[in-house]
Design a protein around this ligand. Structure first.
Ligand code: NAP
Length: 250
């Protein structure tokens, strides 16, 4: 097992891509803190599923956009498992609006959850890793829109663009502490975030026409790459952004 003995915090892990990554990490032997904000039932059900399969997991509520709630997440991990080896900054929201109509309130909502929260949560986790002198891995779940502009979705796109450079900056500063920092940038992966828009046949066909591999991705497509980037298989990878998009950016 590639993550035996490792402890991982995964934000927004009650559902969607975060839940897929949690299942994959548990299969590889990691102990998990399954963070959620609103989806308590989903998170607790996932924890029960993981525990029933012989791995260790706890659920912990925290709004990653509120910096005051980060300490609770760190304490949950260290109290339950004694250490933190991996952080996955997965939680995110979008607030779609044409640029001419976007509001400062929307800016704050998106940037708090998608950029400021991940930055300062990574700082909290890295401080624990540095104090323990143990190394570690931070994985940011970004988006193809860290590279590609997205009409009527500038707030999310700008936050993800910031996350891409955040990955590089943190990788540079944390390398001497043996902490690797990478991004996974998904293309179109079927989850609650896009289920409604992808159920529109015309929109779905338009998206499919842009994906050379000819299908919408699933959470398992991302989970295997996540395991690579946080395990020793990825020991020489830091500061990288991996696009998991079926070739969409091509
Ligand atoms: P999703 O199905 O909409 O789920 C979003 C997750 O984020 C939920 O678990 C939610 O938790 C959590 N979350 C939202 N606000 C939070 C907060 N303030 N504090 C803590 N957790 C919060 O999204 P997804 O598709 O799985 O997306 C996961 C990641 O992949 C995101 O970073 C997203 O930008 C990225 N991504 C997804 C796609 C795609 O096609 N699906 C494409 C590109 C990038 P609660 O339900 O508990 O509130």
């Amino acid at each position: 097992m590639k993550l035996a003995g490792k402890v991982a915090i995964i934000t927004g892990a009650g559902r969607g891509i975060g839940a897929g990554i949690a299942r994959a990490f548990a299969r590889e032997g990691a102990s998990l803190v399954v963070n959620y904000n609103g989806s308590k039932d989903h998170a607790e059900a996932l924890v029960a599923e993981i525990v029933s399969q012989g791995a260790k997991a706890i659920a912990c509520r925290a709004n990653v956009g509120r910096l005051a709630e980060h300490d609770g997440l760190i304490a949950a991990a260290t109290n339950a498992f004694g250490r933190i080896d991996i952080l996955v900054n997965n939680a995110a929201i979008d607030r779609r609006a044409p640029f001419l109509e976007a509001t400062p309130e929307q800016w704050e909502q998106v940037v708090d959850v998608d950029l400021k929260g991940p930055y300062f949560l990574a700082q909290c986790v890295a401080r624990v890793m540095v104090a323990a002198n143990q190394g570690g891995a931070i994985l940011n779940i970004s988006s193809v829109h860290d590279e590609q502009a997205h009409r009527n979705n500038s707030l999310y796109t700008i936050a993800k663009g910031g996350m891409k450079l955040m990955t590089r900056c943190l990788a540079l500063e944390l390398a001497s502490h043996r902490i690797r920092v990478n991004s996974l940038s998904p293309g179109a992966i079927l989850t609650d975030m896009n289920r409604a828009v992808l159920s529109d046949e015309a929109y779905r066909e338009k998206v499919l026409s842009m994906i050379p591999l000819g299908r919408i991705g699933n959470v398992e497509d991302l989970a295997s790459a996540a395991v690579l980037l946080v395990s020793d298989d990825g020991a020489y990878i830091t500061g990288s952004t991996f696009y998991i998009d079926g070739g969409l950016l091509l």
